[in-house]
Design a protein around this ligand. Structure first.
Ligand SMILES: Cc1cc2nc3c(=O)[nH]c(=O)nc-3n(C[C@H](O)[C@H](O)[C@H](O)COP(=O)(O)OP(=O)(O)OC[C@H]3O[C@@H](n4cnc5c(N)ncnc54)[C@H](O)[C@@H]3O)c2cc1C
Length: 408
């Protein structure tokens, strides 16, 4: 068992394969847990409750292909076809938000007032994109988290002339790349010194700036958006340095917050996400959480919430056996995420931090490879358009190898 994993003794050896599992959330985490429970021979009832009307779908394409490809089908992004849920006897309650949980009675309440009992409750409600409260209510202002939001943005991008993107995080940068592919002029506004600086550091951020400038993006760093003006529809954006930018589209990409409002009054511990131990157990018995909404205790004892795709799969791999009263797999997991911007896949392996020492070992003016050093060891690797070389560093990162091992 991975160091520090705690399996609730009440479960071990107990046959939990018939427990009724209710999963709140209709995204990757929900779909993965349901699928893996069935694969692990769980035969009890499984119900997925989602506030979206769509089948569970994958979000990464929403800021990439779905936004800029000429045509696509919703089936391209669904995680599993409807028949999968039918064949596996997984009940989908779509378009049905959970509004409350009663952990004493082991029930949740849905928006239409229905109460649903559970033996085990899994919370996988993801995130809510942040908006700027001071922005007026104008057409042309978008956020991007859901399929419907992606479709709405795509529709307007088709006829837009110039977009201002507020925030150069991963979503902002990917939207910038997609809009450029659609020939929309893009002004990317970021208060930090460089895009992605708080995650990957300013040195790699500068390489990301270079990539976007080469594609014609007007990258404005060290400045924010003060005001959005228009008459029914966006017409102008005023930056914090007083500069005015004519625009007919504004995309707000300033991050998201955990979707936990519905848990108010439930007694569940929430602190920047649902507080969980290192196997996904929350502060209430038989209530679990995973994915973007969950703050799991990591190997060093810290609470950490991760907003990346592969983390969901890793957490599902741990949680599902625990739910069934079994021990979680023993594995050294090297965190991974990616971001596609133009033809460059940015990949990050390990846990690089903005204040690590960054060694850029390859740079051809567009593609790059950098190792991150902390306390003399390889903390991570970040590559732009260097997939093979990024993956090659996995064993060194997993072993906590000295940086000299990899720099050669
Ligand atoms: C545009 C975009 C691009 C991304 N690109 C990448 C990428 O390139 N690489 C990468 O590593 N990661 C990427 N990610 C992150 C990745 O998609 C997430 O880590 C993953 O989707 C998390 O899955 P989840 O199931 O925890 O949450 P989600 O996928 O957000 O699913 C949560 C679901 O719960 C529903 N819900 C919320 N509240 C309730 C309620 N009260 N009742 C019922 N249902 C509710 C939501 O509507 C949603 O359907 C991207 C995310 C986005 C939004």
């Amino acid at each position: 068992m991975p160091a520090g994993h705690r399996v609730r003794t009440v479960f071990v050896g107990e046959d939990r394969t018939q427990a009724k599992v209710v999963i709140v959330g209709g995204g990757l985490a929900a779909s993965r847990v349901a699928e893996q429970l069935r694969r692990a021979e769980h035969t009890g009832e499984i119900v997925i409750v989602s506030d979206e009307v769509h089948l569970p779908y994958d979000r990464p394409p929403l800021s990439k292909d779905v936004l800029h490809k000429d045509s696509h089908d919703f089936a391209d992004v669904t995680l599993k076809p409807r028949e999968f849920y039918d064949e596996n006897n997984i009940t989908l309650r779509l378009g049905s938000a959970a509004t409350a949980v009663n952990t004493e009675a082991s029930t949740i309440t849905l928006a239409d007032g229905t109460e649903l009992g559970y033996d085990d409750l899994i919370i996988a409600t993801g995130l809510v994109p942040r908006r700027v409260p001071s922005f007026p209510d104008l057409a042309g202002i978008h956020v991007l988290r859901s399929y419907d939001e992606s479709q709405a943005l795509r529709r307007e991008a088709g006829s837009a002339r110039r977009a201002v993107i507020v925030g150069a995080g991963f979503i902002g940068c990917e939207v910038a790349a997609s809009l450029r592919t659609l020939n929309v002029e893009v002004v990317l506004v970021e208060p930090q010194p460089e895009p992605l600086a708080s995650v990957l550091g300013a040195q790699i951020g500068a390489l990301v700036t270079r990539l976007h400038r080469a594609e014609g993006v007007d990258v404005r760093t060290g400045v924010g958006v003060a005001e959005v003006l228009g008459d029914g529809k966006v017409q102008k954006v005023v930056l914090s340095d007083g500069t005015e930018v004519e625009a007919d589209l504004v995309v707000v990409g300033i991050g998201s917050r955990p979707a936990t409002d519905w848990l108010e009054g439930s007694g569940l511990a929430v602190d920047n996400g649902i507080v969980c131990d290192n196997v996904g157990a929350t502060s209430a018995p038989h209530v679990w959480a995973l994915g973007d909404v969950a703050s799991w205790r990591d190997a060093t004892g810290h609470q950490a919430r991760v907003e990346h795709w592969s983390n969901v799969a890793e957490q599902a791999r741990v949680l599902v056996p625990v739910l069934l009263g079994q021990e979680p797999p023993e594995a050294v997991v090297v965190p991974y995420f990616w971001s596609d911007q133009y033809d460059v896949k940015i990949q990050c392996l390990g846990e690089p931090e903005a204040d690590d020492i960054v060694h850029v070992v390859e740079d051809d003016g567009r593609k790059f490879l950098a190792y991150y050093e902390r306390d003399g060891v390889v903390a991570g690797v970040v590559g732009g358009g260097m997939p093979g070389k990024v993956m090659k560093a996995r064993s060194k990162i997993a072993a906590g190898a000295p940086i000299s091992d990899i720099l050669g």
